[in-house]
Design a protein. Structure first.
Length: 277
């Protein structure tokens, strides 16, 4: 039986995750997940692909969801009141247009100084109605492609065995930035075959396999690119259609509900016959 062993929310796209013991899973993913993003002067999102220092910016949202605090090594904290009512502005995520609400000069000044380039912070408007594609479509905030990213520990263990076999050092789960990590399965990549499952009070449906990029090579604790792994090793055994390197899966939220570390996973539909335990 699989269980939830880690829950992590990423309030600001590309920035550090916030570990959770329990969370509300909304239609758009874990509450607050990717509801903010950092943009450049052109309105395009900043990501770790070009700005790896995003990884060490730590966001914190107060229990009422009204105030956001930013912190980073060597920097004083800045706290802002979250704005959900001001004028909308045009923003883009990989050239796809959306709207965002600018969060003001204090956040912009802090981010611009830390990242060394003009930057601003925006939040998804309350009316944000993005629809993502996949086997089961979903909605999400500013995430790359779907509401929830899930990886099993068995998949990471299998990858690290291959890396170690080539003389490399094992990598932590945070290289893949999942929202939900599952333990209890012994077979790597069993999540690939899940089509519908319930966890806690929520139900999730498969959207797509996760195509991996250079962000997986960023040391999430230091905010720097750290070499060719895991892409080098994954390229040898995790190629999908079109040559994409796949690791983990994206899921849509069929029914919102509460989740907690320790919750059991009930797979109610597999792709093919259920696997043996």
């Amino acid at each position: 039986m699989a269980t939830v062993v880690e829950l992590t929310c990423y309030p600001i796209k590309g920035c550090a995750g916030v570990p959770l013991s329990e969370a509300l899973l909304t239609e758009a993913g874990l509450e607050h997940d990717r509801s903010f993003m950092v943009i450049g002067e052109d309105g395009e999102c900043r990501t770790q692909r070009r700005d790896p220092r995003l990884a060490v910016i730590r966001p914190a949202i107060d229990p009422h969801g009204a105030r956001l605090t930013l912190s980073a090594p060597g920097e004083d904290e800045v706290a802002i009141d979250i704005d959900t009512t001001s004028a909308r502005r045009e923003v883009t995520v990989f050239d796809t247009p959306y709207l965002g609400i600018d969060q003001g000069e204090d956040a912009a000044t802090w981010l611009s100084r830390f990242l060394g380039a003009p930057s601003r912070l925006v939040r998804v408007p309350p009316e944000h109605d993005r629809v993502t594609d996949g086997w089961i479509p979903s909605t999400c905030g500013y995430a790359d492609s779907a509401a929830v990213h899930i990886v099993s520990r068995a998949s990471l263990d299998g990858l690290n065995e291959r890396i170690a076999g080539a003389g490399g050092a094992p990598l932590p789960m945070n290289r893949f930035r999942p929202g939900i990590v599952l333990g209890g399965w012994h077979e790597p990549h069993r999540e690939d075959r899940v089509r519908r499952m319930t966890i806690g009070g929520a139900e999730l449906g498969f959207a797509k396999h996760t195509a991996r990029c250079v962000v997986t090579t960023v040391d999430q604790g230091e905010g720097v690119k750290a070499g060719p792994e895991p892409l080098r090793t994954m390229a040898g055994y995790r190629r999908g259609p079109g040559g994409a390197t796949l690791f983990g899966c994206q899921f849509s939220v069929i029914r919102a509900g509460k989740l907690a570390v320790g919750d059991e996973v009930d797979v109610i539909e597999w792709d093919g016959p259920p696997p043996g335990e």
